[in-house]
Design a protein around this ligand. Structure first.
Ligand SMILES: [Zn+2]
Ligand SMILES: [Zn+2]
Length: 346
């Protein structure tokens, strides 16, 4: 088995360190990818610190992967050596359940195989993108448009699809009013994508400190949620609210801002339960919903949409030895707007 370099968490409480890991041999349907860039997602930090349950250490995370095909298996038809490709949050699914057969493997009823921290078909634990190479089944590999800057494209593979999918599903477009709660890694892409879809976009952020950026990304309005008047002023306004915040929110205050048949969809993942009053849903026949990344087909659609509309994530490129500092800055919301690791430094 090929041994490759990586950066891993040795435990829930220690900093990430350089290690080597084994990748499987390139099978008939596999693509061997030389990773060039890997985004840092808030989920990476939650997982390595054990926030979402027990972890088998050492664990390599990273599910925003951009690289090049360097070897293909004998049955691979969709990719050739040299192709610029991406890998997102999942690397396999059961392929048999109702949802997989409907082309929505992100909702696999047996649980899809996550890019890291999942039990793979061979019983090993999957290891993610903070690594020089990864072997992935061709059905879970995306084609990266070369018009999107290479060092910036990776965050589309998680943050991009996580926000694109609910915006597309709930029909963001001309004539609709969309609010984006939180303008971090996910939120800044939600703003860009919703605006490109033609929706009228409002940012709801804790303060007005990123207002200029928000308008540059395509928002028409920008409000501070620290100001109680915001919630009165915007009552019964939005068709769709996309909540990207991973911390507890007073849901009832946000639901009040939905107009008739409006939906608030949560893509942020706070570990604790969120209380809400059912009465907040009765008025205006409101819905509170969730959404989990997107299918592989929809992820490709999102990448092509971003290329067509000139959308790229706002990124800060770091070396591998800066990962631990970057984690602290993500936790302090001190990043505009996504860290990307230059894997050449690993
Ligand atoms: Zn992610
Ligand atoms: Zn399935």
């Amino acid at each position: 088995m090929p041994t490759v370099s990586a950066y891993a968490a040795p435990s829930a409480t220690e900093p990430l360190v350089p290690i080597t890991i084994e990748r499987r041999e390139t099978g008939p349907n596999d693509v061997l990818i030389a990773i060039r860039y890997a985004g840092i997602c808030h989920s990476d930090i939650h997982l390595v610190r054990g926030d979402w349950g027990p972890v088998t250490y050492p664990q390599v995370v990273g599910h925003e992967i951009a690289g090049e095909v360097v070897e293909i298996g004998s049955e691979v038809s969709r990719f050739a050596v040299g192709d610029r490709v991406g890998v997102g949050c999942m690397v396999n699914s059961c392929r048999e359940c109702e949802n997989c057969r409907a082309g929505m493997e992100n909702y696999c009823l047996k649980g899809n195989t996550q890019t890291y921290g999942s039990v793979d078909r061979d019983g090993t634990i999957t290891q993610g993108g903070y690594s020089t190479h990864v072997v992935v089944d061709q059905d879970f590999v995306l084609r990266l448009p070369e018009s999107i800057p290479y060092e910036a494209v990776a965050p589309l593979l998680c943050a991009g699809i996580t926000t694109y999918s609910p915006l597309a599903h709930w029909n963001a477009g001309p004539g609709t009013k969309v609010a984006v709660v939180g303008m971090g890694g996910l939120g800044h892409l939600a703003v860009k994508i919703a605006a490109a879809m033609g929706a009228e976009v409002t940012v709801l952020s804790q303060s007005l400190s990123k207002q200029e950026d928000g308008r540059r990304f395509g928002a028409s309005h920008y409000y501070a949620t620290s100001d109680a008047a915001t919630f009165d002023e915007l009552a019964n306004t939005f068709d769709l609210i996309v909540n990207t915040v991973s911390a507890p929110l007073k849901l009832d205050s946000y639901l009040r801002m939905l107009r008739l048949d409006g939906t608030m969809v949560n893509v942020g993942a706070p570990p604790e339960p969120l209380p809400l009053r059912v009465f907040s849903l009765f008025a205006n026949r409101r819905s509170f919903a969730g959404s989990n990344i997107g299918s592989i087909a929809e992820t490709q659609e999102m990448l092509d949409f971003c290329a067509e509309h000139g959308i790229a994530p706002e990124t800060e490129l770091i070396a591998a030895d800066g990962i631990n500092d970057a984690y602290e800055r993500v936790l302090a919301s001190d990043v505009r707007y996504r860290f990307v690791i230059d894997i050449a430094t690993l």
